[in-house]
Ligand binder design. Structure first.
Ligand code: HEM
Length: 327
């Protein structure tokens, strides 16, 4: 990004255009964004640039009666569709502790009769950045100082002064312990989508999976006694006797709720609309590891907003995927 900006500046000077053409820093490219992740977490063979630690599972999604009234998708009109799922921990460290106070992720691929839908959500209702620029700056501020091997608090402070949204997600994460189970965590789209129902009416909404088991975080005792890796075994044990279930809700926007900024929380607007139930009953290890889930792979009746981060994700995930097995 820096090189591109310098080249543009040099070109403008050479052309004598600086006075008439104010130069703006170019938007970070998808590769710049993955570079920013790699600079914090390093590159690990076979691993994703973010959400590097995770495992796969399978189950079904049963649309709620009348869900096509909210989004006129044939997938939501089906009786039941297969679901492929990946649970993960945010960040590019494949060995991160399951007790870390960082976001948990869920990627769900629904395969309908003739449409697909990828939902790639996290366990907090807000994202740590509002724009690609803020995303890169947030990460650059967290690159470890070579002397202390830790992020420099002064750089984080400077980031937060420039991009105040940078404190929101870390504040939420610090306020509770890590999730006790992938099955007792809610997951949020952060982004808004435009839903168009069977009779043509449109509504903006964010999506969320709510755990039927309820939300539960680790107790102080569990934080001390559990090993660093417990989430996968806990999940296997849990579904051994049944399934892990989540209800998918659309949360319609209230007055003033931001449609293109995933870093802001929404007000309690109109009542949530239940779109269906995800029921996961098989642990499948690493069988989805090569997949790339694309947050803008949407069925009919669900449209992306102009949120620049949402629009950027597909390309950034493609860059990350191409790097996973590159030397
Ligand atoms: C432009 C902003 C973002 C960038 C650049 C970014 C970057 C990445 C990258 C590089 C990966 C690894 C992709 C792969 O190798 O397949 C990833 C995975 C993931 N991201 Fe993002 N991310 C962004 C925004 C978000 C947001 C807003 C959310 C949640 C609301 C999110 C949730 C996830 C999850 C859950 C995964 C794991 C997907 C899987 O299991 O395959 N990301 N992200």
């Amino acid at each position: 990004m820096k090189t591109r900006t310098m080249l543009l500046s040099a070109l403008a000077v050479a052309l004598g255009t600086t006075a008439s053409l104010p130069l703006q820093a170019a938007e970070p490219s998808p590769a710049d964004m993955v570079d920013a992740l790699n600079a914090v977490f390093g590159r690990h063979a076979g691993a994703r640039g973010s959400h590097a630690k995770g495992f796969c599972a399978r189950g079904t999604f049963t649309p709620a009666a009348g869900a096509t009234g909210f989004a006129a998708s044939r997938l939501l009109g089906a009786t039941q569709v297969p679901a492929e799922v990946r649970f993960s921990i945010g960040g590019g460290n494949p060995k991160i502790s399951d007790k870390s106070r960082s976001v948990r992720g869920i990627a769900v691929r629904l395969t309908g009769p003739d449409e697909g839908w990828d939902m790639v959500f996290i366990s907090e209702p807000v994202f740590f950045a509002a724009t690609p620029e803020s995303f890169v700056s947030f990460l650059q501020a967290r690159v470890a100082d070579p002397a202390t091997k830790k992020p420099d608090p002064a750089r984080i402070k400077a980031h937060n002064e420039k991009y105040p949204e940078g404190t929101r997600q870390p504040g939420l994460l610090a306020a509770h312990a890590a999730p006790a189970s992938y099955a007792s965590t809610a997951y949020h789209s952060n982004h808004a989508f435009r839903f168009v129902g069977a009779s043509g009416q449109a509504a903006w909404a964010r999506l969320q999976f709510e755990p039927v088991a309820g939300v539960r975080y680790l107790s102080e005792d569990e934080e001390k006694s559990l090993p660093d890796a417990f989430l996968e075994d806990e999940f296997k044990r849990r579904i051994g006797g049944g399934s892990a279930d989540f209800d998918l809700y659309a949360q319609p926007a209230g007055n003033g709720d931001a449609l293109t900024d995933p870093s802001t929380a929404w007000s309690n607007g109109p009542a949530k609309v239940k779109l269906g139930r995800l029921s996961i009953d098989r642990h499948t290890g690493q069988d989805c590891n090569e997949q790339v889930y694309v947050p803008t792979r949407l069925p009919a009746g669900v449209e992306p907003s102009d949120d620049r981060l949402l629009r950027m994700r597909a390309a950034a995930y493609a860059v990350s995927s191409s790097r996973r097995n590159a030397p």
